[in-house]
Ligand binder design. Structure first.
Ligand SMILES: [Zn+2]
Ligand SMILES: [Zn+2]
Length: 366
């Protein structure tokens, strides 16, 4: 089968023939139909985040289960599934308390880039085994993943749209709906309106946000933000200080909520600066691991909160099918975010288009 392999950070992906082992206990083989092109892949590809190489990247996959290993109970062959970026074991303290995105196994899967519970890798070229980013590696014709890394979705949902539910879109929706708990009338500013930010905007809108402000550097993204319900947009290139502009647009106060989804430390600082006393700032973006933030502790005496979230605190098995239903019912137009589709051979082109801000969200169709 063909897969997109990263041999060295900073180098292009190599699309080549590799071999795939059979699914073992609690694992499934998926024939991938579509994969979202997400900025998180890029963070590993450019070395901002560490990952053992060679590695098959890609994580927002959607496809059909072709084979299941011994002991698999949650899906069966011919089911349509979405591959889930954050693994959850279902048994640890955090899983038991209904917070599966904080699962203790998740970080191991992320750092080791292999199947959960240190179960190794299933992709190889001769005797060289390849890591699977997030225990997935879905920029490939097929992938073998743990059954808990896949969420069954309704068969009539288009794979090239609902693949986005595996990471970016659910992160954005979840950040607005679960992590921030936006209430009707709340003023909300979203810094960085790529896939995650636009989804956060949709989530805030669904939750009944009042004044909804989008901040970015790309007009194509800000235009979509307006289409999806932003009341005001700020192009950072057109203003001296985006924080001052947010305050101007909120009667001098600042917003109830700020969501950062650009993954840039300096922007996180701006997002925190944009909330009023008692406001909440949520960091959803993935910044380079060596970056740091600086705050005046006094600001916390003003009742300000800053909080983090991974994948919008969703409960994937509940939230993903629900979001898919909302999309199918026309209530969550996530397809508007997909500006271009690519073939697997064009995967490097797809990342270039993302880096250049030419696409809101690219999708690889396989
Ligand atoms: Zn767990
Ligand atoms: Zn992602």
């Amino acid at each position: 089968m063909k897969a997109a392999v990263l041999y060295e950070a900073g180098k292009p992906l190599v699309v080549e023939e590799v071999e795939l082992d059979e699914p073992q206990a609690n694992e499934i083989l998926i024939r991938i139909e579509a994969v979202g092109v997400c900025h998180s892949d890029l963070s590993y590809m450019n070395g901002s985040l560490p990952c053992p190489v060679p590695v098959v990247v890609g994580h927002e996959g959607c496809g059909i289960v072709e084979k299941v290993g011994p002991g698999v109970t949650s899906v069966q062959p011919s089911d349509k599934v979405v591959t889930m970026v954050s693994f959850s074991c279902g048994k640890c303290h955090f899983c038991a308390m209904g917070r599966p995105t904080r699962c203790v196994e998740s970080l191991n899967v992320m750092l080791m880039a292999e199947l959960p519970f240190f179960a190794g890798k299933r992709i190889h070229k001769g005797d060289q085994y390849m890591s699977q980013l997030f225990g997935l590696g879905s920029f490939a014709e097929y992938c073998v993943v743990h059954e808990r890394s896949a969420i069954r979705v309704r068969p009539d949902a288009p794979s090239e749209v609902v693949c986005l539910m595996g990471c970016g879109i659910t992160t954005g929706l979840g950040v607005a709906i679960n992590t921030t708990n936006v209430r009707p009338g709340d003023s909300v500013v979203v810094y960085g309106v790529g896939g995650v930010g636009l989804a956060a905007l949709m989530g805030a809108k669904l939750a009944g946000a009042g004044n909804l402000i989008a901040v970015d550097t790309a007009n194509i993204k800000l235009e979509m933000a307006t289409e999806l319900g932003a009341d005001q947009v700020i192009n950072v290139n057109d203003v001296d200080d985006p924080v001052a502009r947010v305050k101007e647009l909120t009667g001098g106060l600042g917003t109830d909520v700020a969501i950062e989804s650009a993954g840039v430390a300096a922007v996180m600082q701006q997002a925190f600066g944009s909330i009023h006393n008692g406001g909440v700032c949520v960091i959803a973006g993935m910044a380079p691991m060596i970056d740091t933030l600086t705050f005046m502790p006094f600001e916390f005496l003003l009742g300000k909160t800053i909080k983090g979230a991974i994948q919008g605190d969703i409960v994937a098995s509940v939230d993903i099918p629900k979001f898919v239903d909302m999309y199918m019912a026309g209530k969550l137009p996530v397809d508007k975010l997909i500006t271009k589709t690519f073939s697997l051979d064009q995967v490097n082109e797809a990342f270039e288009a993302m880096k250049n801000g030419q696409v809101l969200r690219g999708v690889i169709k396989i």
